[in-house]
Design a protein around this ligand. Sequence first.
Ligand code: CAA
Length: 386
Amino acid sequence: MDFDLTDEQRLIRETARDFTDKEIVPRARENDRNHHFDTELVGRIAAQGYLGAIIPREYGGAGLDYVTYGLIVEEVGRGDSAMRTVVSVQTSLVCSSILRWGTEEQKQRYLPRLCSGEWLGCFGLTEPDTGSDAANQKTRARKTDGGWVLNGSKMWISMGNHARVALVFAQTDPELRHKGVACFLVDTDQPGYQPQTIEGKMGLHGSDTASISLDDVEVSEDQMLGEVGDGFKIAMTALDSGRYSVAAGCVGICQGCVDESVRYSKERQQFGRPIASFQLVQAMIADMVVDTEASRMLVWRAGFLKDAGRPNTTETSIAKLYATEAAVKCANTAIQVHGGAGYVDDHPVERYFRDVRVTTLYEGTSQIQKLIIGRAATGINALVPA
Ligand code: CAA
């Protein structure tokens, strides 16, 4: 077993670390306070090649492997989860789906524009009444002479307001359940596509989150990704990549909690000495270190399996479950180390605490990850009545 990164991977990680510290970290608090989706910063992230890291160079990507992609996402996630969400959605959910399921023409049309950041993409799977039960799509696709007409609504869509292309999942025949789902590449300037910002989020204030209504949106035949009936598998394979990316971002949050807590506890004096010298503070830091390292190893293993082309759905769910829950714990513990100072946004741990909470919800809740892991362990699908 080899835990060493290659020289190239180390260099890319260092570059991502520097970039995050110079470009992302200094803007994170103001973007969060102002609820500002920083498109200018998204452009800089794209210029680094981080929006198409795992996409081959011939389509405008950086042609990197999954482990290296995970290292980049970890650093961006340490800096700002709102920006990490952009990287995850654009790269893992949108680009990787087009790469895997698209025709040559679709790849040529969309991937270079998405990798360069000229266009943003969004992933329209979740609906107001369809969350964990993703096969139960209420959005309808009706066949016409020249293509399809889409009607329905989508919910919790990251970048729904800013996307130029939306992957929209829709049911072509409800009787077929998941075998009737199709996926469409919808140009968002088409009549009938109407996004609306979702207000009042607990965190990710620097991220754009929208609901989308689809009212007689006409799409041509060549805007379908894959075939009728491929839609559900497209969503699941996208989520295999997306969950990996969320997990890697959470390793970044864990690491950020450790770094901030070590720094603060060495500066902060109580009872005449730094609080880092107290055993109970060290115990909190040790718990965070262990959670960080364990999460990172699980992410690296999932990345290794992806790069080897081996099945990895269960291992990805294990990494996602563990790293997101660990990051929630670390953010809470880091605030405890900071005391009152952790309750305001002078320190990033306050933002970590709010931003991390969604990671055990989106791209499959912790409970869904447990059902995937439990099914692999027992061979029994808990979602099918006995
Ligand atoms: N890769 C390829 N195929 C897969 C697959 C995978 N990972 N997982 C399942 N499939 C295939 C199965 O093999 C099966 O194929 P056949 O029909 O050929 O047999 C088919 O898909 C149906 O599979 P299941 O029976 O497992 O389907 P299910 O209805 O029981 O659902 C589930 C399983 C795991 C619960 C799934 O519905 C799920 O993951 N739900 C959670 C949805 C989710 O994560 N939503 C997040 C939204 S995206 C988001 O948050 C984005 C954002 O903007 C940040």
